[in-house]
Design a protein around this ligand. Structure first.
Ligand SMILES: *Cc1c(COP(=O)(O)O)cnc(C)c1O
Length: 456
């Protein structure tokens, strides 16, 4: 059979809100043309993020009742630990309430005192946590990784030549660890090849620097290795995951992604010393070492989530769902970052609305119009999120102007995807009517979350 079906059926349904165009126009004005400020009951399809928006399975909901809410030594923790160890093989598994907490605790141990941490591309919380303690976050994407139109199988890779240059520039004693983010979220959700992980490990070993994976989407990355990298077609997803992690010395994870749950995360490491110091800081920052800021029932849901996410049928559906949407809109001419990743589709706003200059936020204008047409919430990733001004007030644009359509796991069906495609194509066909925008109020940092916008 060629048709990729949802490998689940529906037992509980959640009502979604269908609004009129007038209601959406009013909601948008009340949100000051910033989709982040929309109330979710004014949204029909929410593609703001794939983080913590997963639909849990009936097995996971059932397991919540098995949660052993003991403060210390909870049996639920040991189930969670076993599930993570089976996939990663790491010696120490330390739970946290979400990914950024794992980063905060780990960096509080290893990155104090102006240390440098290279990464293929740091996610914004990873960079934020490092810069917050005065450390230096260095991004080393490959050249093709920053070009939306180039089709290549592993555009999330780290530039290994630049990795070696970075080590020489800053000195191995100032680099406590290097990271690789799988898949490369800020780089368009593109995967990293096994060859690249292995190559990075080889270079780092020469200098005695440990490798940590930011492994939020490890299963999606493994599926791309299976289907795109030579030599992996006959390996199981679990085997591929185990090999990826075998090259690493530790990991941080937001289990709100491939943990298939609504909250959770962990730090993993093979170092007894780092584990001991992380656990000490965990108790101050998160909670006791067998729950780390989570209710123990959440650990139960996660233990099952880690089993469900390495199911190849699930991953096949997940990737086919994103690719289906990408194929439908690209056939109508909509420019996107190619090839489609698993967790999100990124519209290339610069080519979509070339008549709007980056300083007038083409991505935000597209995101507002997609909401106006279909009640669909997306997010701008471009000048609104990352743009800066020089001292003369000139706009400094980031390299890409994107609109992200993040796909929650197991939430939307094929007809929802068709609806999304129809709305985007309608906005594209009327793209000449998209209007430039400006910011009328902004916070001193992370302005995109709360800023107010208006049309020029
Ligand atoms: C989501 C994410 C994080 C942060 O995790 P939170 O659970 O949102 O705190 C870190 N790295 C990557 C690559 C992510 O996608």
């Amino acid at each position: 059979m060629k048709t990729a079906i949802e490998p689940f059926k529906i037992k509980t349904v959640e009502h979604i809100h269908i609004t009129t165009r007038e209601e959406r126009e009013k909601a948008l004005a009340e949100a000051y043309y910033n989709p982040f400020a929309l109330r979710s009951d004014k949204i029909t399809i929410d593609l703001l993020t794939d983080s913590g928006t997963t639909a849990m399975s009936s097995k996971q909901w059932g397991a919540l009742m098995d949660g052993d809410e003991s403060y210390a030594g909870s049996v639920s923790y040991y189930k969670f630990e076993d599930a993570v160890k089976k996939i990663t093989g790491f010696k120490h598994i330390i739970p946290t309430h979400q990914g950024r907490a794992a980063e905060k605790v780990l960096f509080s141990v290893v990155a104090q005192g102006g240390k440098t941490i290279p990464n293929n591309t740091h996610f914004d919380t990873t960079r934020g946590n490092l810069e917050f303690i005065g450390a230096n976050a260095v991004d080393l994407p490959t050249e093709i990784g920053t070009r939306p139109e180039v089709i290549a199988p592993f555009k999330g890779n780290m530039d290994l030549e630049k990795l070696e240059e970075t080590i020489k520039k800053y000195g191995k004693e100032n680099i406590p660890l290097a990271m690789i983010t799988i898949t490369n979220n800020s780089g368009g959700g593109q995967p990293v090849s096994m060859e690249n992980i292995r190559g990075a490990k080889k270079i780092l070993s020469k200098y005695g620097i440990p490798l940590y994976l930011d492994c939020c989407r490890f299963a999606e990355n493994a599926y791309f290795i299976k289907t795109r990298e030579e030599g992996y077609a006959d390996k199981s997803i679990l085997e591929i995951c185990q090999e990826m992690f075998s090259y690493a010395d530790g990991a941080t994870m937001s289990a709100k992604k491939d943990g298939m749950s609504n909250t959770g995360g962990f730090i993993a490491t093979n170092s007894d010393d780092i584990a001991e110091r992380c656990r000490t800081n965990l108790i101050v920052m998160e909670g006791f070492i067998t729950y780390g800021g989570l209710a123990r029932r959440d650990l139960e849901a996660l233990a099952i989530g880690f089993e469900e996410v390495v199911d190849e049928n699930y991953l096949k559906y997940r990737v086919a769902q994103s690719k289906g949407l990408a194929d439908e809109i690209t056939a109508a001419g909509v420019p996107i970052v190619l090839p489609a990743g698993a967790h999100a589709i990124y519209i290339d706003a610069k080519s979509f609305a070339p008549h709007i200059e980056p300083k007038n936020f083409p991505g935000q204008s597209i995101a507002c119009e997609i909401y106006r047409v279909g009640g669909i919430r997306t997010t701008e990733i471009g000048s609104l999120m990352f743009g800066k001004e020089d001292k003369d007030g000139n706009h400094i644009a980031p390299p890409m102007e994107l609109v992200r359509l993040a796909i929650p796991r197991r939430v939307y069906t094929k007809s929802h995807m068709e609806y999304i495609a129809e709305a985007i194509i309608e906005v594209y066909n009327n793209r000449n009517n998209l209007r430039p925008m400006k910011i009328t109020w902004q916070a001193p940092y992370l302005r995109h979350f709360t800023c107010r916008c208006a049309y020029l």
